[in-house]
Design a protein around this ligand. Structure first.
Ligand code: PAF
Length: 272
């Protein structure tokens, strides 16, 4: 497995390669990332993993400084997943001091995560486009847990006519139901128990839908009731294209939750 930190070197290494599967990450790898890497390994000749904690997607006051950086452990995970190259650039490699940046779309980029974290998606899209241009993958792998990020990256690929297949990979959960996230490391045991209320509320909502309750208002009320007392950013039900809806449509709906548990911001969702 090669570890490459400069753009020149990785471009040189990849210049005559094709069928590249790419998994962009910010490191602190967990089993969710392992699933992305497995998918990439099974479907491509070459697998490139990038590890870059992208400052432009963190807002003032967010956890950029304390975001877990675990490169030694990440290398072991990557090697077990049979990754060919880790691209591990530093900030100066990725950004200059007077930059053009992408702007997330006005509607789908400014609701939910976009509303709670203004500018976040501009940073995500800018870095992902840079990474796509450096790696030139045939396939790039993203988790469904970051559903809005995934939708906007697909939109970017469409809008900018990028020749890349975006592959969605389902959310991985711990045995108790907690969606895997690098930020789960911040949770104490008590926080974790509190955090489990999220996946339980999503499960209850799914049961309601299975029992033919499709009203968005009714389902949202039930979730808010399950989560009462928690510091909620949003509970929302939208179409898979991130349009507001009144009735859940099976196969085209998403239930999304974002909240804080003792200072840690968590998101989770259910694809209905
Ligand atoms: O999902 C993430 O880990 C990040 O948002 C990404 C896509 C690697 C961009 O920094």
């Amino acid at each position: 497995m090669k570890i490459i930190s400069t753009i020149n070197e990785i471009k040189d290494f990849l210049k005559d390669k094709n069928n590249i599967g790419f998994v962009p990450t910010m490191g602190a790898l967990h089993n969710g990332h392992v699933e992305l890497l497995k998918e990439a390994r099974n479907n491509n000749k070459l697998v490139v993993l990038s590890i870059f904690v992208n400052p432009t997607q963190f807002l003032e006051g967010e956890d950029l400084d304390k975001y877990p950086r675990t490169f030694e452990a990440d290398k072991r995970v990557a090697s077990l997943c049979d990754v060919d190259v880790i691209f591990y650039p530093d900030i100066n490699e990725m950004y200059g001091n007077d930059e053009i940046s992408l702007k997330a779309p006005n509607v789908r980029g400014s609701i939910l995560e976009g509303y709670e974290r203004p500018g976040h998606f501009d940073g995500v899209l800018s870095v992902v486009l840079k990474l796509f241009n450096i790696i030139k993958p045939s396939h790039a792998y993203f988790g469904r847990k970051d559903a809005q990020q995934l939708a906007l990256i697909k939109l970017m690929v469409d809008n900018l006519f990028l020749d890349i297949n975006i592959v969605e990979v389902s959310t991985q959960r711990d045995k108790d139901g907690l969606a895997l996230s690098s930020r789960n490391r911040y949770l104490s045991e008590t926080d974790r128990l509190e955090a489990l209320r999220i996946s339980k509320s999503l499960k209850n909502a799914t049961n309601m839908i299975m029992n033919k309750e499709y009203s968005v208002d009714v389902i949202k009320d039930a979730i808010l009731n399950d989560l009462s007392g928690m510091q909620i950013d949003y509970v929302e039900i939208v179409s898979r294209e991130f349009r507001y809806i009144e009735q859940v449509k099976i196969g085209d709906s998403l239930i999304l939750i974002a909240l804080h548990v003792n200072g840690t911001r968590l998101i989770d969702n259910m694809w209905v």
